[in-house]
Design a protein around this ligand. Structure first.
Ligand SMILES: O=CC(=O)O
Length: 342
């Protein structure tokens, strides 16, 4: 039997509170621990001093926990995949609360089979991720990061040439995944005078943007592809060399989804051979390891998967996470349940 220290700041009587199991603390829990601790008893597997398997098997509290709070797929952090193996070790589990939007690190079909609900960050961080996508795109076209390096290195003062950028207006942008984030990227870029088309699982009847079922066709008709979709078995490596070849020599790839949606090796080959024009990336296949080749490319803008990390987004993520947990414990409708397969 393992007793875990669940002592929480600002909580004198945590024993009466509903238990929430945490394997690794999500950034939002670290930032707002007091708010969580006022409402829930956080069962901190990471404080047990035991290997996870042993802790889960031997802790009566873990065995009776109905809610699991987790995160994953976001760099600068070290989330744990919520595999079928972990789920099967938690016989009382009824809900998995993800503080990430992407739930590719959760075995969602096993959750369904076991009757466990899954909720994610909902729409709480979409605005900021959309801003990041647009920011990366503008940076690639207008070379803002490259210009910053140029000034700092003294190249301006030394009268060295700086290459021309490209205008944003009139660019044809193909959005891949027109959900909460993709829709916002589209709205923002429309305001800049871009022409929007999209690809998603199915055509959306209420949307007037041109829909392409075929990614190569979308790429051939676009100056940039902005990846905003989920990672799943259908989308893994769907942006490959063929799609990039269709995008063409001036084409730009922006990825604010997950690294594995792009075939990174083929993207690097295309960039090296000049088969695409540039990339703005905040997601990589093996985060936080960014391939060495990308580090030296002036036409590539890199960001450490930090699209959601603003004060405001973490605040609203805290609200939706606590809201989902409270709804679950009081048998009210969940705020952001994942309804279909991802
Ligand atoms: O990548 C960010 C998220 O999934 O929330």
């Amino acid at each position: 039997m393992v007793q875990v220290n669940t002592t929480q700041a600002g909580n004198g009587n945590s024993k009466d509170l509903p238990v929430v199991l945490v394997l690794r603390p999500p950034p939002v829990l670290k930032m707002f621990e007091d708010r969580f601790a006022e409402r829930f008893r956080i069962l901190k597997a990471y404080n047990s001093g035991l290997p996870l398997d042993r802790f889960l098997a031997s802790s009566p509290q873990a065995q009776s926990a109905t809610a699991l709070l987790c995160y994953g797929g976001i760099a600068m952090t070290d989330g744990i995949p919520i595999s079928g193996e972990i789920l099967r070790q938690l016989p009382s589990l009824k809900i998995v609360v993800s503080t990430s939007t992407g739930v590719n690190y959760i075995d969602v079909s096993e959750c369904r089979r076991l009757g466990i609900s899954v909720v994610n960050a909902g729409d709480s961080v979409s605005e900021d991720v959309a801003d990041m996508a647009v920011g990366l795109f503008i940076d690639v076209l207008r070379k803002i990061s490259a210009a910053d390096r140029y000034v700092r290195k003294g190249c301006w003062a030394a009268s060295q040439d700086f290459p021309l950028g490209y205008k944003l207006r009139d660019k044809r942008v193909g959005i891949i995944g027109l959900g909460n984030i993709g829709t916002r990227v589209a709205k923002r870029l429309e305001a800049f005078g871009c022409k929007i088309s999209y690809n998603s699982r199915k055509k959306k009847d209420s949307i007037s943007y041109h829909f392409y079922n075929d990614l190569c066709e979308l790429a051939a008709e676009s100056d940039a592809l902005i990846i905003c979709c989920n990672l799943n078995d259908q989308t893994r490596h769907m942006i490959d060399g063929k799609v990039m070849y269709a995008l063409g020599k001036h084409g730009v790839i922006v990825n604010v989804g997950r690294g594995e949606i792009v075939n990174e090796k083929e993207m690097i080959e295309c960039l090296v051979r000049g088969e695409i024009g540039g990339a703005g990336l905040e997601a990589f296949e093996d985060e936080p390891n960014v391939p060495q080749e990308l580090l030296g490319m002036e036409n590539v803008v890199l960001s450490p998967h930090n699209g959601i990390f603003t004060v405001e987004s973490l605040e609203s993520l805290c609200e939706v996470t606590i809201g989902n947990l409270e709804a679950f414990f009081t048998q009210k409708p969940l705020l952001s349940e994942i309804m279909e397969d991802w």
